[in-house]
Ligand binder design. Structure first.
Ligand SMILES: *[C@@H]1O[C@H](CO)[C@@H](O)[C@H](O)[C@H]1NC(C)=O
Ligand SMILES: *[C@@H]1O[C@H](CO)[C@@H](O)[C@H](O)[C@H]1NC(C)=O
Length: 293
């Protein structure tokens, strides 16, 4: 009896340990990995700075399979042409035979005034292959005047990108139909700021204007509710249906979420790989003919 009870308690605490709920503190959950002078990590706030000398990057300590990761970001204001701010999750990238998985938000800066809005770029890599870009014109709010929520939700059914709680994109799991989906590789959270004036602004025509440096992206209140990867057994554990993100409510978007998503996409989606006939020469990736909600 006693042994069974101890075993039972041990099991409970194991389950509890592997469920990470992280609130607010960048200081205890992330570290700077590039541009040490340009990362300012202060409890629940981060400043990532791009100046003439360097950009900056942070990464999370935790590795996880599935979860909810929410970042509040205030993007570089004013002339941010060719400045790219990223927030993404990724598994480890190998230089040889890269087979990494990655879920991306990238914010491509712009000139000011007129129609010079930021571009929100999204992508997903599975087994080292991306090429699934979708871009939005960020004209339904000002991403530089205040903090906005950018959320990655990843469960065994789908990957969901949201802005301020509004879903903008879904990539469903059609693995049973031979379409790759991230399931086994643990990921971490990353964020960075860098100069991409060879391509990012108006196709590379507009360069970074260093008169405006330093370019600063501000972060507030990072939240993560994920299934922690601690050792290989975690792969099985995180794919076990007893986890919260397997619940029926997370299987599919609600009608209200779907309506909002469609409305945002109808108005602001400016590039969708699934409609780029020229690029794929009519041979679209298989997920393009599947419903994504
Ligand atoms: C910047 O604004 C122009 C419109 O002036 C637009 O064509 C472009 O897609 C915007 N975004 C980027 C990143 O260049
Ligand atoms: C950079 O911005 C300054 C100030 O607005 C302007 O005078 C200059 O022409 C800009 N440089 C480039 C390369 O656009």
């Amino acid at each position: 009896m006693a042994t069974a009870k101890v075993l039972f308690l041990a099991l409970i605490s194991l389950v509890a340990l592997q469920q990470a709920l992280i609130n607010a503190s960048f200081a205890s959950n992330t570290k700077c990995t590039w541009g040490y002078d340009n990362c300012q990590i202060n409890d629940d706030r981060v400043k990532l700075i791009l100046n003439k000398w360097s950009g900056a990057a942070i990464e999370g300590y935790n590795q996880f399979i599935y979860g909810y990761i929410d970042m509040r970001i205030k993007l570089v204001p004013g002339n941010s042409a060719a400045v790219v701010t990223t927030y993404y999750t990724s598994s480890e990238v190998k230089t040889k035979n890269d087979d990494h998985d990655e879920i991306d938000f990238e914010f491509l800066g712009n000139l000011t005034g007129g129609d010079n809005y930021y571009t929100l770029h999204t992508n997903i890599f599975v087994n080292g292959v991306g090429n699934r870009e979708e871009q939005f014109r960020m004209s339904w709010y000002d991403p530089t005047s205040d903090y906005h929520h950018y959320t990655i939700f990843w469960n065994p059914y789908m990957v969901v990108w949201s802005v301020d709680g509004n879903v903008i994109r879904v990539f469903r799991n059609y693995n049973d139909q031979g379409i790759p989906f991230p399931k086994y590789k643990p990921q971490r959270v990353y964020s960075s700021i860098w100069n991409a004036d060879d391509w990012a602004c108006q196709g590379g025509k507009v360069k970074t204007n260093w008169t405006y440096q330093p370019f600063v992206a501000n972060y507030l209140n990072y939240q993560e509710k994920s299934c922690l990867y601690t050792k290989h057994k975690s792969v099985k554990h995180c794919n076990h249906p007893s986890n919260w993100y397997f619940n029926a409510q997370y299987k599919q978007l609600t009608q209200a979420q779907l309506n909002t998503m469609n409305s945002i996409r109808n108005q602001y989606l400016v590039y969708n790989y699934c409609t780029d006939t020229k690029r794929f020469n009519g041979n679209f990736p298989p997920e393009c003919s599947k419903p994504q909600y």
